[in-house]
Design a protein around this ligand. Structure first.
Ligand code: MD6
Ligand code: FE
Length: 217
């Protein structure tokens, strides 16, 4: 991906630091990336985290790759070097995933974590949250959507206040940087079953996958 191509493909969001490239990954690239994630998940299986304190299960399942993985359990949110259920170190980040970071965050140091969220049912969603478990917020978060479309909501740095909705389709890539790095955001709804992409490539049941790459420390 050349700088010129990236410039041409980016669409303005009107929100400072929130950048969006619709279908930056073509279908072949989406398929190749999903195949890599599926084989990565054989080493680090998807599991269902629970909320801090309440122990309520998430509606999505998760896994990670890279040096650190984001986990949630009764004790809280944190990053750790091994899978919470298998105790095995997280697998390496697939090169194709890493290349997206290099293209869109060329000035940032290497990503340490790639969190993989799998929305596997009609009801799976993600409540409004900030990504703030990292020690440093100067690096952006780079996010890749694969599979069924989803409605992403993004607001400001307080929970109250105006929000905007964006439909995310397979192959869309977003960056949350600057002002938006600490914006509240979430997934309201997934159009479950709208594409057959995941089910074709190692994700029985289909749905949506989101990858978020972060710098942690
Ligand atoms: C999702 N994404 O798209 C959830 N966080 O499934 C996130 O929570 C997210 O897309 C930080 C930056 C980009 C994101
Ligand atoms: Fe997030």
């Amino acid at each position: 991906m050349t700088a010129k191509l990236l410039e041409k493909r980016e669409i303005p969001t009107g929100i400072d630091g929130f950048r969006l490239w619709p279908e930056l990954l073509d279908v072949a690239a989406q398929r190749a990336m999903l195949a890599e994630i599926a084989s990565m998940a054989e080493k680090a299986p998807f599991y269902r985290p629970v909320m801090p304190r309440t122990g309520r299960p998430f509606s999505i399942t998760m896994t990670n790759c890279g040096d650190l993985g984001w986990v949630s359990d009764k004790e809280g949110y944190r990053y750790q070097p091994a899978h919470p259920e298998t105790g095995t170190p997280w697998p390496a980040m697939p090169a194709a995933v890493r290349r997206v970071w290099d293209a869109l965050a060329p000035e940032a140091p290497s990503p340490q974590c790639c969190l993989v969220n799998w929305y596997l049912t009609e009801k799976a969603r993600m409540g409004l949250h900030q990504d703030r478990d990292e020690a440093d917020f100067t690096a952006p978060v780079v996010s890749i959507s694969l599979g069924d479309p989803a409605r992403f909501r993004i607001g400001g740095t307080t929970r109250k206040g105006k929000t905007h909705s964006v439909m995310l389709n397979s192959g869309d890539v977003m960056v949350l940087s600057g002002e938006s790095r600490l914006a509240f955001h979430g997934i309201d709804h997934v159009r479950f079953g709208a594409t057959g992409l995941l089910a074709e490539i190692g994700f029985p049941g289909g749905g949506r996958i989101n990858l978020t790459m972060r710098r942690v420390s």
